[in-house]
Design a protein around this ligand. Sequence first.
Ligand code: HEM
Length: 451
Amino acid sequence: MPHATRRLTGALTAACAMAAALLLWAAPAHADELSGGRLDWGVKESFRSYITGPIAQGEVQTGDGASAADGAYRFHSAAGSYEDGTAVVDYQGWVYFWGHDGELDLTFANPSVEYSGSSGTLYVYVNGARTDMASLSGASLRADGGTVAVSDAAATLTANGASAFAGYYEAGQELDPVSFSADVAVEPEETEAPSESAGAAETGDAVTGAVVDWGVRASWREYVSGDIAEGGWTVADGAADGGAVFRFAEGAGTATAADYTLAFQGTVAFTGTDVDLALTDPVIAATDGKGVLSAEVDGARVDLVSFEAELAEADGVLLAQDVPTALTEAAVPVFGGFYQAGDPMDPLLVAVPLTAGAVLPALPDLGSDPVEPATSAPATADADAASSGTGPLVWIVPAAIAVLLGAGAVTLAVLQRRKRTAQDSPAAPPAGDTPDPTQDGPEGPDDDKER
Ligand code: HEM
């Protein structure tokens, strides 16, 4: 190699090193706060069948906002952080397995994940003790559009996890895959009112801003989203999906402790094989504490469930929660005759704000719908930069690439000139012969059970 070319190559190497150092220095040092999201994990399909089958003759319950859907258990209300390509996220809710007349008595609560790149760990509170349950791998952590997410990470049981199953599984046993997502929290603007606080009460008994939470019926949701109907549900027009409950908002009407009539807004629509049911704009009406919840079904108002509840005032909110409900005769055809009049349906929560600053009970927050991963290599961009456009990589990466491009261009230009001089040719170099150095971006990445 001629001496001059060696010098130029040396200069290019130095420029590359400088750019690499710049990139390393630019790695974001702050953590993004995560808030709102879901973790879906079915534990293990054969274990679920074993529990409810003829051997264990048991049952499975979910609580604290967890729900069963799509063959998995859905935990909610993520809280955590994302920093330097690592997500650490806690979720809420529990699932309880019972069998063998109580010999088998197992609660998995409040799972959390630590995940970097394409591997991580799933932790679960097992009967109150935090346990590293499974090693996760094989799915990339995506951080884009203000959300961090992992889809279908393979889960293998750890030694501590094996103990939780009383030795019936060994470490290394494959479990159901784990998917999770969480939203990057956005700083609330100073003028913004608290999200769950509602409008002031009006004069007399007239009220606005009330909410009603109702999950319809857990086994109905499981049926719709399970192997038989293979469907799901959507919420619209002011209804929100909290996993195990749907919230209908904007409730307006009149309310005292025992007598209340409130009209809410929103639709939850269930679809699947032989299932097409939309429940719209529910109304609850109670006299002397005895009430009915109705909704628009196919254009007609139908009484769905009856209940008994008086509203109790606390902290500026008239509230009734965990109110048992029973199916009405009129609603039997609504559910295709699967349930009989008087069958228990999901409990209700009714909350009526009486003052401007009154804070309503929070709905379990499932966060944004996670975007399905692209079939090509998933993105691993910095979530904060993606969401706000102000992360340091926004300008550092182009600057580093510019240094490389510049160094490469100078090198080629000088080499071309030397070649031309050597050939003594006046011809210009071909247009569009710009070097395109491909530069990979930095590697993106208590026993509180309630029953
Ligand atoms: C009275 C006590 C128990 C009896 C008689 C019993 C019996 C059995 C039997 C016969 C099987 C084999 C099922 C099959 O191969 O189809 C089994 C599987 C299993 N048992 Fe139990 N068991 C008991 C307690 C427990 C307890 C306390 C746990 C703790 C979680 C447990 C966890 C499991 C697990 C994880 C499996 C494997 C399920 C699968 O994935 O197929 N069992 N048990």
